[in-house]
Design a binder for this molecule. Structure first.
Ligand code: NAD
Length: 296
């Protein structure tokens, strides 16, 4: 059923996601602080408006896709003061679990339904409409959100109550950050031992070392032709974004009292890589630093 959807945050992810909602037949009212993002969204059929409150005006559903928790709290604070009770608010940004729960509380105080629904799949998935959504919130809110999320993604999971979507996202990406470093160390060791990349790949990709970091984002050129290593480590998934997610995982672990020593180490290594000026490269490029040749 076609609906009126407010969409706030039309950047690298939000822009193509909003375009897919237009393609699915919805009327999308979009806002972003950046003129370039607004213009691109307008070209894709989004009705461009002048503020978050205008984007939410008359909308059945409002989606936010913003950089961090403070932006989400600010925008949800504004719209929760004006939307009619019953409006469904969806946040698909990757933010800290604490801010996600505060955003739900803002919605609830207004009598609105809400879900946190961060995504995996990157800008390619946003354009192709093949994102994975992991959602937290009440079952009723999830049921209303699901058809709209399916217009932007291929897999939609209800992970639990408020904040569970963000928890799933940072746990998954902590596995990813740690596993990439492990794969990079193995290729660096193989090089020193005179073992060819292809031989290590052939064995590990069908053995117990098999993982996504190896078989989809293989950090050396050759074995996986589509991996960013074959394209001078252009992202893909930028190291700076990996660092953001690892820091969110560390903040959540500290607040919850969970021991995550390898997650902490991975966050330190990506912080160093970022400080050396490589935050814009694909996260698999950290193999250069682990070999001792970060600028290669
Ligand atoms: P982006 O920086 O390209 O887009 C964010 C947009 O929000 C910008 O256009 C900015 O102008 C806008 N914005 C900031 N504050 C605003 C406000 N108060 N009102 C309206 N607009 C505002 O970032 P992105 O890559 O699209 O990422 C968005 C979110 O998705 C982030 O939380 C990110 O961690 C997450 N994410 C990104 C990827 C990825 O591969 N890029 C993958 C998964 C998740």
């Amino acid at each position: 059923m076609a609906q009126i959807i407010g969409f706030i945050g039309l950047g690298n992810m939000g822009g193509p996601m909003a375009a897919n909602l237009v393609r699915a037949g919805h009327r999308v009212q979009g806002f972003d602080l950046a003129a370039a993002s607004l213009n691109a969204a307008g070209d894709a059929g989004v009705t461009v408006v002048g503020s978050p409150v205008e984007a939410a005006e008359g909308a059945d559903i409002v989606v936010t896709m913003l950089p961090a928790g403070r932006h989400v709290i600010e925008v949800w604070g504004e719209i929760a003061a004006t939307v009619p009770p019953g409006t469904l608010l969806i946040d698909s940004s990757t933010i800290d679990v604490e801010s996600a729960r505060r955003a739900h509380a803002l919605a609830e105080a207004r009598g609105c339904s809400s879900i946190d629904a961060p995504v995996s799949g990157g800008t390619g998935g946003a354009k192709a409409g093949t994102l994975t959504f992991m959602a937290g919130g009440a079952a009723e809110a999830f049921a209303r959100a699901e058809p709209v999320l399916k217009a932007m993604g291929k897999a939609v999971f209800h992970c639990g109550e408020a904040g569970a979507g963000q928890a799933a996202k940072i746990c998954n990406n902590m596995i990813l950050g740690i596993s990439m470093i492990g794969v990079c160390e193995a290729f660096a060791l193989a090089e020193k031992l005179g073992l060819s990349r292809q031989a290590l790949y052939d064995v590990a990709s069908v053995s117990s070392g098999q993982c996504w970091s190896l078989t989809s984002y293989c950090p050396v050129p050759g074995p996986v032709p589509a991996s960013p290593a074959n394209n001078d480590y252009r992202p893909g998934f930028a190291a700076g974004l990996m660092l953001k997610d690892l820091r969110l995982a560390q903040a959540a672990a500290a607040a919850a009292g969970a021991a995550t020593p390898l997650g902490a180490e991975a966050a330190q290594l990506y912080a160093l890589f970022d400080a050396l000026g490589h935050g814009g490269e694909d996260f698999s490029a950290i193999i250069r630093m682990l070999r001792g040749t970060p600028g290669e």
